[in-house]
Design a protein around this ligand. Structure first.
Ligand code: PMP
Length: 327
């Protein structure tokens, strides 16, 4: 779907996957006005297909567009475009457990010119790819590197938007994490370099679960520089459904290390569309390293993971009306 200044959205087309050709002076290549979303379609037990909370992705896409001075795509248009692609590609939605069709809506400037200003032409595109189970051999905890040298996002920046540039800025820290033998980066706040923000492409949850019947589950509050994950928001609800105490708050590196040392912090996990929930097994920084809990996937982590996946795959009732069924 195209957008042109003065004309708005027009020319929606469903076409076979093919390369796009770009002018060398395409503004996106220079000034990075590009935003995206990620969501999944899951096969349901009756053979139908459903996407998970596409309206939330559509809303976040609008928020990202506003921050990047791009036009907002109407929510119905976003959902209709995703629906059209999923309907066309229905046969590609896998039916095995935890497999899905991954959908990638994105938008970028198509105006040609070398002046720094919001473009007057954009293209919105959705592509799809079947996605295998994230943990084909069973859930495996990840090791994380606390990035004290680099920050992903700062107050007033684009951290709360799903903008391409945020990911470009994160690559060097991801490479550093790999150098130190870690799977993922955990980002800290830009000012004090002390408060936990999020992990790579996922949000984080901290479980104070010594009493497994009444655990306290805390996720970093939306600071303005971390991405408001849809999985994060869904888990706030699912944890409450389970009778767990849940809170959004501030967690420092010291809180994490201390909670670990005194045994009050029993589990830490990350959550996002790709892996749904990933346990965090160990932490490393320039100053310290420690194992989280006993280093194995925790009970609460596994309970929440199963509860969310069961809703997504139709194994449990969709009590919150989160599944968007396609006929
Ligand atoms: N943080 C970042 C930086 C991400 O890229 C993602 C993936 N979209 C998330 C968090 C998790 O968001 P969601 O649950 O909506 O996938």
């Amino acid at each position: 779907i195209k957008w042109t200044e003065g004309r708005g959205w027009h020319d929606a087309q469903l076409v076979p996957y093919a390369p796009l050709s770009l002018d060398p002076a395409n503004m996106t290549l220079h000034y990075a006005q590009t935003i995206f979303e990620g969501l999944k379609a899951y096969r349901q037990p009756d053979g139908s297909v459903a996407t998970f909370r596409p309206e939330e992705n559509a809303k976040r896409f609008q928020a990202s567009a506003r921050r990047l001075a791009m036009p907002e795509l109407p929510i119905e248009t976003f959902i209709a475009a995703v629906d059209a692609l999923v309907t066309q590609d229905k046969a590609w939605v896998p039916s095995r457990d935890e497999q899905s069709l991954y959908l990638r809506p994105f938008m970028f400037a198509t105006e040609v010119g070398l002046g720094v200003k919001p473009a007057n032409e954009y293209l919105f595109v959705v592509i799809a790819s079947p996605a295998g189970a994230y943990f084909p051999g069973g859930i495996k905890p990840v090791s994380v590197w606390l990035s004290e040298e680099y920050v992903r996002a700062a107050p007033g920046g684009t951290g709360a938007a799903k903008a391409g540039g945020n990911y470009a800025a994160s690559l060097i820290a991801q490479a550093q994490a790999a150098e130190f033998g870690c799977d993922q980066v955990v980002w800290l706040d830009a000012i004090e370099r002390r408060w936990i923000e999020e992990m790579g492409g996922m949000n984080l949850y901290f479980v104070y679960g010594r009493d497994t019947n009444k655990p306290l589950i805390v996720t970093p509050e939306l600071s303005g520089s971390l991405l408001p994950g849809i999985t994060r928001a869904s888990l706030l609800q699912i944890a409450a459904d389970h009778g767990y105490e849940v809170a959004e708050g501030r967690i420092s590196v010291d809180d994490w290390q201390q909670g670990n040392a005194d045994g009050s912090l029993t589990e830490v996990f990350a959550c996002g569309t790709a892996a749904v929930i990933t346990p965090v097994g160990s932490v490393k920084s320039a100053r310290a390293n420690w194992t989280v809990g006993d280093g194995k996937p925790g009970e609460i982590t596994q309970t929440l993971r199963k509860a969310l996946l069961d809703i997504q795959t139709g194994a449990a009732p969709d009590t919150h009306g989160w599944m968007h069924k396609l006929s």
